[in-house]
Design a protein around this ligand. Structure first.
Ligand SMILES: [Zn+2]
Length: 228
């Protein structure tokens, strides 16, 4: 069975970065299996999750997405021991399944083996650093056999969809696939044929964005039908 999740990142236009608890409690209105807590900026790692949200999260699969921006502006941050330590302690506290990391933003990937926690690398957009393009991820992951993979097809738009799927199927430990819904009404009415591959991948499907919040319930329902 494919689990369907929402990311707290879906609220970035609506709630401030500091409103991480408000984002989680908004997600609690919907029928999801997985909640991905996105700590997009470093300072967010210091915001405690409130008891009410912790109670809600206990009933769900929880995943964590590591920061990628510094505290203000859009400069990418780097993650070293201090940040990884905080992420792992949040992950353990929330009983998270794994931590998603952009591998180009870790000062030294070998430090991850110092932690008793599951990490998952996400493929990176072309132009950032070709080392972590989808085309190269299998090679990287072969060097880190304990690390899983998160596919963001939106980060590999230069490739045709069948090639994205073929490359992803070569990777052993695929944990999640990111997707965005650009037109909820159309998606609910017609589905999206490009999503039918999701059921063949056996990974969490993480909806990172929808363009409005009035139809999220139906979007999740439709996604369940597609991946069933
Ligand atoms: Zn990401």
């Amino acid at each position: 069975m494919v689990n369907i999740g929402l990311s707290t990142g879906m609220f970035h236009k609506f709630y401030g970065d500091e409103e991480i608890n408000r984002r989680i409690s908004h997600i609690s209105r919907w029928d999801v299996d997985v909640v991905e807590i996105l700590f997009s900026r470093l300072f967010m790692l210091n915001i405690p999750i409130n008891p009410e949200n912790k109670e809600f999260l206990k009933k769900k699969k929880v995943t964590i997405h590591a920061p990628f921006f510094v505290n203000e502006g859009y400069t990418f941050c780097m993650l070293g021991h201090d940040e990884i330590k905080k992420l792992v302690s949040i992950g353990k506290d929330l009983n998270a399944e794994y931590i998603v990391i952009h591998p180009n933003q870790v000062t030294d990937l070998s430090i991850l083996s110092d932690y008793d926690f599951k990490f998952v690398f996400e493929n990176i957009k072309p132009k950032l650093t070709d080392t972590y393009f989808l085309e190269n991820m299998k090679g990287i992951l072969d060097k880190f056999p304990d690390v899983g993979f998160a596919l963001d097809p939106g980060h590999s738009k230069h490739l045709p969809m069948d090639e994205i799927i073929a490359l992803t199927k070569k990777i052993k430990d695929l944990r999640e696939v990111h997707c965005r819904i650009y037109d909820s009404k159309d998606f609910i009415a017609n589905g999206d044929k490009t999503h039918s591959y999701l059921k063949t991948l056996n990974a969490n499907v993480l909806i990172e964005g929808v363009e409005d919040f009035t139809h999220v319930h139906e979007v999740i329902k439709k996604m369940r039908e597609i991946v069933r």
